[in-house]
Design a protein around this ligand. Structure first.
Ligand code: GCO
Length: 256
């Protein structure tokens, strides 16, 4: 029996980029804590499969296929949710891409694509969600997904690092503006997690060895290990927490 503070029954969570990976893991955790979840992705087929799998586990699942970086598509998606009576009171801005390339070799469109998908999309989607949360007057939760790169850098991931640093500060800006409406905005900073996005790193013996030596826990994180932080920040347990970033990184950032 979970503590009532962590019970998400009666709440609805939209998780962007949730047909697989970290987003799907967090959506699953929020559903297991009682929330109705809206899965999002750009691949409608993959999204339908992910939604069906969660429904088969007995959860209440909607699906909304849209590109988080497309302002018109985001507006249309929220209008469709409005029409369906689906009121999002928890938003997890998880959708993101990675592009590994030295700064001096980057093309401007490559830079802009990463910043748009990983940072600007959080603004586009959160603006729609927050407008509705404020109008409803019931408060809400915004959880932005940062990264170790919200705090520290490594070579060849400059646009991702800049975007994730921006996510940390955008989270504080949201906290500043939306606290009067009882909307808490926080972030989760995943460490090196075993995901498809990181497959090239996991399969690289040198990088894999570096992660295992550099992380005090001596291992990669598993997507499901973000669930606890997601439930906490989505629940009443965090009603007096805002503008924070919780690193789920096996202790990596805390230790030299
Ligand atoms: C990389 C990785 C990292 C991790 C994660 C760490 O290339 O270094 O993709 O960015 O995915 O973001 O928090």
């Amino acid at each position: 029996m979970s503590h009532p503070l962590f019970n998400l029954a009666g709440r609805c969570a939209l998780v962007t980029g949730s047909s697989r990976g970290l987003g799907h893991a967090m959506a699953t955790a929020l559903a297991e804590a009682g929330a109705r979840v809206v899965l999002n992705g750009v691949d409608a087929g993959r999204l339908a499969q992910a939604a069906q799998a969660l429904r088969a586990q007995g959860h209440q699942v909607e699906q909304a296929a849209f590109d988080v970086g497309d302002e018109a598509a985001v507006k249309a998606a929220f209008e469709a949710l409005d029409a369906a009576g689906v009121e999002v009171d928890i938003l997890v801005n998880n959708a993101g891409i990675q592009l590994r390339k030295p700064l001096v070799e980057l093309e401007l469109p490559e830079w802009e694509r990463v910043l748009h998908t990983n940072l600007t999309s959080a603004f586009i989607v959160s603006r729609e969600a927050a407008r509705r949360m404020i109008a409803r007057g019931r408060g809400g939760k915004v959880i932005n997904i940062g990264s170790l790169m919200s705090e520290a850098a490594r070579p060849t991931v400059s646009p991702y690092t800049a975007a994730k640093g921006g996510i940390k500060m955008l989270t504080r800006a949201m906290a500043a503006e939306w606290a009067p409406h009882n909307i808490q905005a926080n972030a989760i900073g995943p460490g090196y997690m075993a995901t498809e996005m990181n497959a090239a790193l996991i399969n690289n013996p040198d990088f894999d060895g570096w992660v295992k030596r550099r992380v005090p826990s001596n291992r990669w994180g598993q997507p499901g290990e973000l669930g606890g932080a997601a439930i906490f920040l989505a629940s009443a347990a965090s009603d007096y927490v805002s503008g924070q970033i919780i690193y789920v990184d096996g202790g990596m950032l805390a230790v030299l």
